[in-house]
Write a protein that binds this ligand. Structure first.
Ligand SMILES: Nc1ncnc2c1ncn2[C@@H]1O[C@H](COP(=O)(O)OP(=O)(O)OP(=O)(O)O)[C@@H](O)[C@H]1O
Length: 804
């Protein structure tokens, strides 16, 4: 940075003396603002000149002479991003279409899968907004519609890459995301990439969303967006768009039927990919684009009975462990089950599953996982069949037959993209072979190679699968769902010449999935019954179900096996269109489908329930006495009594509306009384215990004191004469007192006697305390007599007494 020279005060442009945190800031700010204004003015001027120059070149664009993107009159921002992303040479579809699109024409682009159609519409979108000086505040300028969420996400990622130097804001509006968040941001977006259902939801519910500013509309996979599944939704969306707009339609299997073009209000569209670019005047409406597949894609097919499919798939995966494979199946539940069971079987390669009923975040995570990995097998439904650009997919295995040739093309096109090599194997059942191979040969002019599998090279995982199913009930349930879901998908196929549900061996198919018992398939039972009733040749083409395939609607609505007749892609018809359509077609159908009443099975349990309901006495036993008189059965009587009581109680309850308040109150009172009484007793008991403790403590103290005293006495007693120790005469009455002849005794002796008396009295008192009911004569005394007096002593005493 350069240092500035100090200038004198007062001079224009002079600065105030530099004070830390002083008045320098406002001047700086003003200066910066001024600079920014100048810059933006000069930028605008440059942009303006660039725009003028570019616009002038638009009419000179000649697709035949263009070899690089740099030769296109594109803004510098776009050019820079393209070269950074290593896009230097345009592909054929880009070379042919970008010029027309830049000139503001409507374009119908058809080109083989993986030929770069995404850039063919994204570049014109960016350029249109740039040339019209679109800013953030101008609202939505372009809307790109994709039939699947993953494809919308992929387009968004590409847009981020090539539009990174532009100042436009872009939004990804797909189902399964936060609606509120989208709602608040949508009006600030200049480019919206969305799925039809979600876009219509915002149009209906979001007051902030305004599509009237929109100038460019793009339909990627246009034929899919315009087909029956999205018909109503798309019609409603188009109503909200301004009629004066540019429309770009791209697909590998393009539509250009008169109705579709009329619906979209196309003005002199340019056809790209139908040979040379032609205007609508030279291209008759109603014809279809040239259907083609990449040259580097090797295609083959194999014919197998339905029940052999899993064995074949297992063997195929085991033989291609170092490859990137997509396995297409007809329904979400099949994809789920295959993923679950193959995970258990552990083939030795990474496994993934992508289908519509998964949570959106999970779907995106799986999509990205598959993008990254080089050796992986992904089980997928047709959510992955259109537009997704997975690099270096070695194999596409179409395990279930596609609905038609366009679907075959889109599935196969996930491999051999952008001039890389790839292989596709189509698995057909014997009943599907003739029609499908015929259609492929006819429409694609394709000589598809038949492959014969050596049965010796097949490894059957059936025993293991059965073992897993026996061990894991949830896996068994998943297998059952997969079984029903496949049959339903076949049943709902529009092309009844290709798909015949009645020709399938259900038991064998169930066993191949590991199921020991074949699940019941109500709709096939009904179909068979109907056929039997009508006594007609096999006819399952009832018009109510003529909506074709796609068991796995793109936006992932679940399926219910018990639904007999259900319009697929119901979720695309936001305003209950499917139901209307259903009704309409229901009316058209020649004969309503009468469902037979099945004979109800009468089980023992049902009979018993019936008997109990009617209050019949079941299993009653009658006893007779010796005279033949009936005896009352006590057990039954007891039962009857209890039942009566219960009934009465129930009745009483019912009368009171479930609760007898008076009875409940009385019961509660009683409970309360009991609780109180119990509490009082507990308190008393505690007090008594406390008293006892105190008393014992006091006694203990007392006895300790007594012991001490006794010890003293004992010591004194030890000093007494031997005669006194041998015979204790203390119990005898004092002779002096009795005979009033008190002999002179030693003072020591008297004292001793007195002490002894006192001690004995104490002991008597103590004993009295212990047991009030004792005799007057203390027990202690008695024992002492018996212990210490011999027979001789007693005799002597008696003699003395008598003598006295
Ligand atoms: N000009 C280009 N130069 C190099 N690579 C390109 C060019 N244009 C596109 N690609 C690459 O080719 C691949 C396929 O492109 P894209 O997905 O747009 O094909 P697509 O025609 O839309 O396929 P699909 O029909 O399956 O939708 C992408 O990986 C893309 O990056």
């Amino acid at each position: 940075m350069q240092k500035q020279k100090p200038r004198g005060p007062g001079k224009p442009g002079s600065r105030a003396p530099s004070k830390p945190g002083g008045s320098q800031r406002p001047n700086n700010k003003q200066h910066n603002q001024k600079r920014a204004k100048e810059l933006s003015r000069s930028k605008l001027a440059a942009t303006e000149t660039e725009i003028q120059e570019l616009r002038a070149k638009y009419n000179e664009i000649d697709p035949e002479t263009i070899k690089t993107f740099a030769q296109f009159p594109l803004s510098q921002k776009t050019q820079k991003a393209l070269s950074e992303a290593k896009y230097t040479t345009p592909t054929e579809v880009q070379r042919l279409s970008i010029g027309h699109a830049l000139q503001g024409k409507d374009v119908l682009g058809a080109a083989i899968t993986g030929s770069g159609k995404t850039l063919a519409f994204l570049i014109p979108v960016l350029e249109h907004l740039y040339m019209n000086k679109w800013s953030r505040t101008d609202g939505v300028g372009a809307i790109i519609i994709s039939p699947t969420r993953e494809l919308a996400y992929q387009i968004f990622e590409t847009l981020k890459k090539i539009g990174k130097y532009h100042d436009f804001s872009a939004g990804l509006i797909i189902g399964g995301k936060n609606l509120k968040f989208e709602r608040t941001r949508m009006d600030q977006c200049n480019i919206l990439i969305c799925t039809p259902g979600r876009l219509l939801q915002h149009m209906d519910e979001n007051p902030l969303f305004n599509a009237t500013t929109m100038e460019v509309l793009v339909l990627d996979e246009a034929d899919r967006c315009l087909d029956m599944g999205f018909q109503k939704t798309l019609n409603s969306i188009i109503e909200n768009f301004p009629p004066d707009r540019q429309t770009l339609l791209f697909s590998a299997t393009q539509t250009n039927t008169v109705e579709d073009l009329a619906r979209l209000n196309l003005k002199n569209p340019v056809y790209v990919g139908y040979g040379t670019a032609k205007s609508v005047d030279t291209k008759p409406s109603g014809s279809t684009a040239v259907l083609a597949l990449p040259e580097l894609l090797q295609q083959s097919y194999v014919v197998l009975p339905l029940e052999e499919k899993i064995t074949m798939l297992w063997s195929f995966i085991k033989n291609h462990l170092k490859q990137k494979i997509i396995v297409f199946v007809a329904s979400c539940k099949q994809a789920k089950y295959l993923y679950e069971i193959f995970c258990k079987l552990r083939p030795g390669v990474g496994l993934l599953a992508l289908y519509g009923t998964l949570h959106q975040d999970r779907r995106i995570a799986i999509y990205e996982d598959f993008l990254r990995k080089s050796h992986v097998v992904m089980f997928a439904t047709d959510v992955a069949s259109r537009g997704l650009d997975f690099p270096s997919v070695n194999w596409v295995l179409q395990l279930d037959c596609p609905e038609d040739v366009p679907q075959y093309i889109h599935r196969a096109g996930r491999s051999a993209r952008n001039k890389s090599r790839g292989e596709c194997l189509l698995v057909l059942t014997p009943s599907e072979e003739e029609y499908m191979i015929g259609a492929l040969k006819e429409q694609l002019n394709l000589d598809i190679r038949a492959v014969h599998i050596d049965p010796k090279k097949l490894f059957s995982p059936r025993v293991k699968i059965e073992a897993f199913l026996a061990q894991f009930p949830e896996l068994r349930a998943s297998a059952q769902r997969a079984f029903l879901s496949y049959l339903k998908s076949v049943f709902l196929m529009r092309n009844k010449r290709l798909f015949n549900v009645l020709s399938l061996d259900l038991d064998a198919y169930a066993q191949s999935l590991g199921l020991a018992v074949t699940p019941r398939v109500p709709f096939i039972e009904k179909l068979k019954w109907r056929q039997k009733q009508q006594n007609q040749p096999e006819q399952q083409t009832n018009k109510t179900t003529g909506f074709g395939h796609d068991n796995d609607d793109e936006d992932g609505s679940g399926e219910d096996e018990d639904d007999f007749i259900k319009i697929k892609r119901r979720d695309h018809d936001v305003e209950g269109g499917a139901t209307e359509l259903e009704q309409q077609l229901g009316e058209e159908s020649e004969e309503p489908l009468v469902v037979p009443k099945r004979e109800k099975l009468v089980t023992k349990a049902a009979l018993a329930k019936k008997a109990i309901k009617k209050n019949l006495q079941i299993n009653s036993k009658v006893k007779f006495d010796e005279d033949g008189q009936t005896l009352a059965d006590e057990r039954n009587q007891m039962k009857a009594l209890t039942a009566r009581q219960q009934k009465q109680q129930q009745q009483q309850k019912d009368d009171d509306g479930g609760i007898n308040l008076v009875l409940s109150k009385a019961l509660l009172n009683e409970e309360d009384q009991y609780d109180k009484q119990r509490f009082r007793e507990l308190v008393k008991k505690r007090h008594k215990l406390q008293r006892e403790k105190l008393r014992k403590k006091a006694e203990q103290q007392q006895s300790d004191d007594d012991d001490e005293q006794n010890e003293d006495e004992a010591q004194q007693l030890d000093m007494d004469s031997e005669s006194e120790q041998s015979v204790d005469l203390s119990w005898l009455p004092d002779p002096d007192k009795i005979y009033k002849k008190r002999n002179e005794k030693d003072e020591d002796e008297e004292e001793e006697e007195e002490k002894e008396d006192a001690r004995q009295n104490d002991e008597e008192d103590e004993d009295d305390d212990d047991d009030d009911d004792d005799d007057d004569e203390p027990v202690f005394k008695k024992s002492r007599i018996t212990d210490k007096l011999t027979l001789m002593d007693t005799e002597a005493i008696a003699a003395n007494l008598l003598a006295s």
